[in-house]
Design a protein around this ligand. Structure first.
Ligand SMILES: Nc1ncnc2c1ncn2[C@@H]1O[C@H](COP(=O)(O)OP(=O)(O)OP(=O)(O)O)[C@@H](O)[C@H]1O
Ligand SMILES: [Mg+2]
Length: 318
């Protein structure tokens, strides 16, 4: 049987709601019982504590989740690197991020850490969100998309508190965190009446980013780097610049997207038609062409249909 002082401490920790201490004392009692040869009692105590601990851990995650319900969306992307059409230089930079994460143990042994805070900059539809999904997909990590615009619009006044919750979550949960529309918060030129609030938010964001040292990857994306506060830049370990595709990249993207629907189709001479279109628009135009062909009972896309779909997208740009 446990000794008297152990029982007194146990009762004390229960009423003081000191869960950790309570568990430690209970485990000490289990060890004491085991030494006396009461192995089944010891085992029983250990099982109760284990069960309690694991259900508490789950509860904590769910609680953070529900508090942030409309600010963070969780997905498990299956994206692979070879689906991304990007200049080689950019692909190499992404591969380096993956490599450092996969071999982070090796780096840690030398006091180094893997690249974790990454800024993606570039025009709409050039693959920034897709890159975050690809990194998550390749590393088999969940992707958590943080809705920055919502934090600013819906929670103005309590933005810093929300950010703290988000960063607590980042520390507790391993994953890829995408702060999309990052400029919503990182802006230097907010509306007059919001300037004070924005400044506070920005400062807390900088502090959270600085302090964060979980294994999670933090990826921020923006269309407009000139809106971002300079102080934010230094917090990122890598900045990747995205651009509209070159004609060769555009044609490769269409070819990939059409797949078997592109068989027999000659894509050269398309340079003029694709110029100015983003990866996203080229993807949409290819999908439109496939749909059109299916509805016309054709088993592949013809040149005419494709050109029309591309021109339609161009129209939208003008
Ligand atoms: N580099 C790319 N390679 C292949 N497909 C791409 C690429 N960029 C975009 N796409 C296609 O366009 C879709 C939309 O792109 P994505 O959401 O990644 O753009 P974004 O850069 O995040 O744009 P935004 O600034 O508007 O958020 C992707 O889901 C994908 O189908
Ligand atoms: Mg995006």
């Amino acid at each position: 049987m446990a000794n008297a002082s152990q029982i007194v401490s146990l009762i004390h920790s229960h009423f003081a709601s000191e869960d950790e201490r309570f568990s430690t004392l209970a485990l000490q009692i289990a060890a004491h019982e085991a030494r006396l040869g009461h192995t089944s009692t010891a085992q029983q105590i250990r099982e109760i504590i284990e069960k309690e601990k694991s259900s508490k851990a789950k509860l904590k995650v769910i609680k953070i989740h529900s508090d942030l319900g409309d600010l963070i969306y969780e997905t498990t992307p299956k994206n692979r690197l070879n689906q991304l059409v990007l200049p080689d230089e950019l692909k190499l930079r992404i591969e380096r991020i993956l490599k450092e994460y996969r071999q982070r143990g090796k780096l840690q042994k030398h006091g180094l850490s893997h690249r974790r805070k990454i800024l993606l900059v570039g025009p709409p539809g050039t693959g920034k969100s897709m890159t975050a999904a690809t990194i998550a997909g390749e590393l088999h990590l969940p992707l958590y998309s943080v809705q920055m615009d919502k934090i600013v619009t819906k929670y103005l006044g309590e933005t810093s508190a929300k950010l703290r919750q988000i960063f607590d979550f980042i520390e507790a949960q391993k994953g890829v965190f995408l702060f999309d529309e990052f400029d919503a918060i990182g802006t230097e030129r907010s509306k007059e009446n919001e300037v004070g609030e924005m400044r506070r938010v920005l400062n807390s964001l900088l502090q959270f980013m600085e302090a964060s040292n979980s294994e999670s990857l933090i990826i921020a994306a923006t269309n407009n780097i000139s809106l971002l506060d300079k102080a934010l830049f230094r917090r990122f370990e890598d900045i990747l610049y995205y651009q509209l595709p070159s004609p060769q990249e555009a044609i490769l993207l269409i070819k990939n997207r059409l797949g078997s629907f592109g068989k027999g189709l000659k894509l050269n001479g398309l340079e003029k038609e694709v110029s100015g279109l983003s990866h996203a628009q080229l993807t949409q135009a290819s999908d439109d062409a496939i749909k059109e062909s299916i509805l016309n009972d054709m088993d592949s896309v013809d040149y005419e249909i494709l050109i029309n779909c591309l021109r339609e997208k161009k129209h939208i740009n003008h």
